[in-house]
Design a protein around this ligand. Structure first.
Ligand SMILES: [Zn+2]
Length: 577
């Protein structure tokens, strides 16, 4: 019996129309109906994006006679074709692609980029079998870059071993600049779309160091080739991890300034680390992807948080920046964490579980009732690393946790449960961690930074700027000539007074206030003083009163304690070298 085959062709004859034209040839179909489904999300980006909303002009034809076949939609992402006795079927549809992010599709007069989940439909019975794909660029000078395996002798034609691989292998079509380099004898490539102020030599040199440092943690590189797909855009920022590739979107002029460049290097370190942590070392719920609905897990705090911790640590280990810079980065993250009131409302495990409805769907109130599993996850993994290092005088660390997870779960791609993860951490720490996991994952108990920093001779210092600003609890931003309130902290003086996000700020004590002079204006008053604030609230002019409170720290810094002992100095050196 001949088995059913799937062959996709992707054309883009008029790229300026933003329409990809997709043709699917199905051969040797044996059933009377054929179901085609479009994924609603893509792995790595935990939001139902409803990719089917960009599909248009769906047609089903008999491949032999070219006659239309009866078809209808069963659900938002589900087309059903009545095939009767037809064995060879051609499906055609177009996909509108004008969203330039790492997890969507973008096609314009300068290039084409697509993610499998946002372009290809799957046939439920055939997700485990190979899928052939031919890409047909609109111009001879446009080339195709992807990590899919090429079919010899067939131009721009590739094989994905299954639907997961097709989804995990984004494709770039255009005049992208290709730069090849080797690390540990394995070929790596940058494919760069767009112009920018980056220095390719430096970029490759630093990327090599990142790869070497990460390979050292895991004992080698688990692939035969790797692609960094870099989109240089106006102001976009983002990354999406794949097994043999990552897509990076970065501001085209964000490479000369040292801090911005370091941020890019962190993005590279982050997405590259994911090729182990989350692409292969996967939470149980992500062991097999369900492309049609949310895949719930409480473990994203580790998949994203540990990756975020390593993304600030790896550039230090790679000598791209120094210990001072590392501590500055850590201080910024701690400041951000301690300024988000939602940390007192949402536990970390819940933040992971609800990624689908919260982290990816932020709104003006979000900081009041949620905490990012990236941010708190990073800081909880920091505490875990410090706990292990302190217990074992730096002879063991979070690296050992990553290594065991890699050996036990990652290599064979067996999903880990929250219990498995805790057990591996306990094995390395050689102590019971149920209290640690319970407190920091299931409750909102404050993270005791100083307790964990102390053995390393560090502490957290709250910093107040020279002239302190009494606390009101709003953030204001100028927008189209108006002074708009963007955030009101729940329970703050402004919150109690009924000031809401989107209200327009007009005056403090009867005198015009702006986003620019707002903090300066508050400095004229003292904590305990009551001021009036005039706003447009739903277009209604209101004057409300608020009693100012004592200033909050402007930021927090991780600083050395006075007179650290020799052990503390050794601990610190063992951690940060
Ligand atoms: Zn990530």
């Amino acid at each position: 019996m001949t088995s059913t085959t799937m062959f996709y062709q992707v054309e883009m004859p008029e790229p300026q129309s933003h329409l990809f034209e997709v043709t699917l040839h199905i051969s040797h179909w044996k059933k009377k109906t054929l179901n085609l489904k479009m994924p609603v999300w893509t792995p790595g980006s935990y939001l139902v994006r409803e990719y089917a909303r960009h599909v248009q002009d769906f047609k089903a034809l008999s491949s032999s006679s070219n006659e239309s076949l009866l078809n209808h939609k069963i659900a938002k992402n589900h087309w059903q074709i009545i095939t009767e006795h037809q064995t060879d079927i051609t499906v055609k549809y177009r996909v509108f692609a004008n969203e330039l992010t790492v997890r969507t599709n973008h096609l314009d007069s300068t290039h084409g980029y697509f993610n499998g989940a946002a372009l290809f439909m799957f046939i439920p019975e055939l997700t485990k079998q190979p899928i052939k794909v031919q890409i047909i660029p609109p111009k001879s000078e446009w080339k195709v870059t992807t990590t899919l395996t090429s079919v010899p002798e067939e131009h721009n034609t590739f094989i994905a071993q299954d639907f997961d691989t097709l989804v995990d292998s984004p494709v770039e079509v255009g005049q992208q600049a290709i730069h090849d380099f080797e690390v540990l004898d394995i070929p790596h490539h940058y494919a760069i779309w767009g112009k920018g102020n980056l220095k390719v030599k430096q970029l490759i040199k630093d990327t090599k160091k990142i790869i070497e440092v990460e390979a050292k943690i895991f004992g080698g590189l688990p692939y035969e080739k790797y692609l960094f797909l870099l989109h240089l855009s106006g102001s976009g920022y983002g990354g999406l991890e794949h097994k043999e590739c990552c897509t990076l979107n970065y501001p085209r002029l964000g490479f000369r300034d040292k801090d911005k460049y370091n941020r890019f290097i962190q993005l590279v370190a982050h997405e590259f680390f994911h090729l182990w942590n989350v692409k292969r070392i996967r939470p149980k719920a992500l062991e097999t992807f369900d492309y049609e609905q949310e895949n719930y897990t409480t473990s994203l705090w580790f998949s994203e948080g540990a990756t975020s911790y390593y993304d600030i640590l790896i550039p230090l280990r790679a000598n791209i920046y120094n210990r001072k810079k590392f501590l500055e980065n850590l201080s910024k993250d701690i400041t951000r964490y301690l300024s988000i009131p939602g940390r007192n409302v949402q536990p970390l495990g819940e933040s992971s579980f609800d990624a689908w409805i919260k982290l990816y769907r932020r709104e003006a109130h979000s900081d009041n009732n949620q905490i990012s599993y990236y941010l708190k996850g990073e800081l909880v993994t920091l505490l875990l690393d410090l706990l292990i290092r302190n217990k074992h005088q730096n002879q063991k660390s979070l690296d050992n946790v990553m290594q065991i997870l890699w050996e036990r779960y990652g290599k064979a791609e067996i999903g880990f449960t929250p219990d498995n993860l805790q057990q591996v951490c306990e094995e390395v720490a050689e102590q019971d961690l149920s209290e640690f996991f319970k407190r920091y994952l299931e409750t909102t108990e404050e993270l005791p930074f100083d307790e964990y920093f102390a053995p390393f001779g560090l502490r957290i210092k709250p910093i107040h700027d020279k002239e302190t600003v009494p606390y009101l609890g709003i953030k204001v931003q100028a927008e189209a000539g108006k002074e708009i309130i963007k955030f009101t902290e729940a329970g703050s003086p402004a919150g109690i007074a009924g000031i809401d996000p989107n209200d327009e700020l007009l005056a403090i004590n009867g005198i015009r206030a702006t986003a620019e002079n707002f903090n300066e204006r508050l400095k004229d008053y003292h904590p305990g003083e009551t001021i009036t604030i005039t706003i447009f609230h739903q277009d209604e002019l209101l004057t409300v009163s608020a009693t100012l409170e004592k200033p909050q720290p402007t930021r927090y810094e991780v600083v050395p304690i006075e007179n650290p002992s020799e052990t503390q100095q050794q601990n610190l050196a063992g951690w940060l070298t």
